[in-house]
Design a protein around this ligand. Structure first.
Ligand SMILES: CC(C)(COP(=O)(O)OP(=O)(O)OC[C@H]1O[C@@H](n2cnc3c(N)ncnc32)[C@H](O)[C@@H]1OP(=O)(O)O)[C@@H](O)C(=O)NCCC(=O)NCCS
Length: 159
């Protein structure tokens, strides 16, 4: 499948589609697992996306996900990808990560690193990151807002 990225017009014509996408969860690996319409609207109006780059991920022209890049003008943008549940586990996440990585290092010349953070138990995200060439740099014990600490098993996932 051909993966394309297309800018999200967050405050314009794509606003409703963005709200629908984010409220269509659940997103078990995000702090807000079931965002409400009011929360997403509040984020948009509060400027959550004003300094970010939001991109639709399209597979053969069909919208399958959203990737939000923050700090795109810095040397280390950060990436938050989400695919709709129906398409997960078929290799598309890996393709989206590759497309976003290409985009960042092609279109954002200040970018030196691309950073992504996820929970230890988000195996699909971690495996997709490793396959796409990302390297584990850190293991945070207490950064997750909803939980406590867990033991560190640094080399627990090898591909
Ligand atoms: C994370 C996400 C983008 C990955 O995309 P995906 O299309 O589901 O993953 P892929 O099919 O490309 O698979 C990537 C790797 O994960 C593995 N994988 C996929 N689903 C899996 C599952 N349910 N359990 C274990 N491994 C799984 C695949 O086998 C593959 O690993 P391999 O190449 O070593 O065999 C997608 O699952 C998603 O949007 N999840 C919900 C939102 C989310 O968690 N975003 C990240 C927030 S930090």
């Amino acid at each position: 499948m051909a993966i394309e990225l297309s800018p999200v017009d967050v405050r314009g014509e794509d606003r409703e589609a963005l709200v629908e996408f984010l409220t269509s969860g659940p997103w078990p690996f995000h702090v807000r697992t079931r965002p409400t319409r009011e929360q997403v609207d509040g984020d948009i109006d509060g400027g959550r996306y004003d300094d970010a780059e939001a991109l639709w991920a399209l597979a053969d022209g069909t919208r399958i996900g959203l990737a939000v890049l923050e700090d795109v003008g810095d040397d280390t943008p950060t990436l938050d990808p989400r695919l709709v549940p129906a398409v997960r586990g078929r290799g598309l996440g890996l393709q989206v990560l590759r497309a976003v990585t290409d985009h960042v290092f092609t279109d954002h010349p200040t970018a030196r690193r691309l950073e992504a953070m996820t929970r230890e138990d988000n195996v699909p995200m971690r495996r997709a990151l490793l396959r796409a060439g990302f390297v584990k740099e850190a293991h945070h014990r207490e950064s997750w807002a909803n939980g406590g600490t867990i033991p560190v098993d640094w080399d627990d996932l090898v591909v």
